[in-house]
Write a new protein. Structure first.
Length: 416
């Protein structure tokens, strides 16, 4: 190592390393080279190289060796994600996780074959270590996936949590015992977690019942009055009603992301979004069942009918539609009523605050059903020229349209 760089002021060293990190590749190649340039650069490079770590079943042993042999590296970790099977997760030495004290994001996804993992099947020392990470004062984002039976009391000390990804089923604890509600019970001061962002992937009914029981006895798990962003999957009317109850006190929502597979749930958009129109600035709608129903009636026309109902008196600045079509509709995209958006978004005195509209269309091609790329590209050109040309040339808001024969990106909308 060259020691001449050690005389460089710390402020200058930090600026150099920060600049290198900003332009580096995903493998941190340049940062690794800088770390070998001089001893003074090494700890600053580590801060960037190890800021985010994903632990899988395959690299779990290397991760444990890393934090055991170099505890200082554990202090650099800000984002820690586990994607492991249950057997591997149970083999993590709990002492290895004790070195980690500064994380801001924790994500735990534990699989057990094709089934979800029970929280009680996680070894007690590992459970305790995970709970300690959940209670760190630095933690602001938490994601728990494929784990069932977590008692709500495990979240009581997550005081600084701002974002929660819910893909678990809560277990039983004191919230499930019969209680007598006194007049002062609901006015008791609580330490409910003040969430700013909530992502609901599954088991919503269980979360809502837990939340409501805690609220009744004056100990709600979350405080959703300051919620700014919510993402949820809408599968049926009952789930819609449950989510509506959950967000009853959320009057400051700025971003709503709705994901649905059944086009019959389109009718819920008006009812749900209409509640938050006074504060709603960003609306994202994901539909996994783009379909042609009959002549002149398709998913696009039905969707436009719904967003027409909120065209007035909204302050929405960004509208995003993410649509997935089956492979057999890939070469029939021109039959959809794309120009229906003109009637809704370009009509006078409507959507006055809209600044950007993004249209993402994916076709579910695969190795089994390969895409005819020349035919697909020709089709997209026709759609742009005949169906969305008015949106492309409009001066009221920025419009972007993406047509992709690879469905992979359509499924990446969940997560912290």
């Amino acid at each position: 190592m060259n020691s001449s760089f050690d005389k460089v002021p710390l402020e200058i060293s930090d600026m150099i390393i920060d600049s290198v990190a900003q332009d580096d590749d995903g493998k941190c190649t340049n940062l690794k080279n800088c770390s070998m340039a001089c001893k003074g650069f090494l700890p600053r490079c580590r801060k960037h190289i190890f800021t985010s770590i994903e632990v899988t079943t395959r690299n779990l042993v290397r991760f444990v060796e890393l934090v055991d042999n170099s505890p200082r590296i554990a202090l650099c970790i800000r984002s820690l994600s586990f994607f492991v099977d249950l057997d591997a997760f149970n083999k993590i030495p709990s002492i290895s996780l004790q070195y980690i004290t500064n994380i801001r994001l924790l994500s735990v996804q534990v699989a057990c074959g094709e089934e979800e993992s029970m929280w009680t099947r996680v070894n007690p020392p590992v459970r305790s270590a995970v709970l300690r990470l959940m209670c760190l004062p630095t933690l602001s984002a938490l994601g728990l996936c494929c784990i069932t039976g977590i008692p709500p009391s495990c979240f009581v000390s997550c005081h600084n949590l701002e974002c929660y990804v819910h893909a678990v089923e809560f277990g039983y604890d004191e919230y499930d015992t019969p209680v007598t509600i006194s007049p002062s019970a609901t006015s008791k001061s609580t330490n409910a977690i003040k969430l700013r962002r909530l992502v609901l992937v599954g088991y919503v009914d269980n979360l809502i019942s837990t939340y409501q029981r805690g609220k009744m006895i004056g100990r709600p798990l979350f405080d959703l009055s300051g919620l700014e962003q919510v993402t949820f999957h809408l599968s049926d009317l009952e789930q819609f009603l449950n989510i509506d109850q959950l967000l009853y006190d959320s009057h400051n929502l700025e971003t709503v992301q709705i994901c649905m597979e059944n086009i019959s749930m389109l009718n819920c958009i008006e009812s749900f979004v209409g509640i938050f129109l006074p504060s709603l600035k960003n609306l994202h709608i994901h539909i996994s069942s783009l379909s042609l129903i009959s002549s002149g009636v398709d998913t696009i026309s039905l969707l436009c009918q719904q967003i027409q109902t909120i065209a007035h008196d909204n302050v929405i600045q960004y509208l995003s539609l993410n649509l997935l079509a089956d492979h057999n509709l890939g070469l029939r995209l021109e039959e959809f009523q794309w120009d229906a958006f003109d009637q809704v978004l370009l009509a006078p005195n409507q959507w006055l605050s809209l600044e950007q509209f993004d249209l993402w269309v994916y076709v579910n091609y695969s190795a089994e059903h390969p895409v005819d790329k020349p035919a697909f590209e020709k089709l997209v050109e026709n759609v742009r020229a005949s169906k969305i040309s008015n949106l492309i040339s409009n001066k009221l808001f920025k419009f972007r349209a993406f047509f992709d024969p690879d469905p992979q990106d359509h499924y990446t909308y969940f997560g912290a």
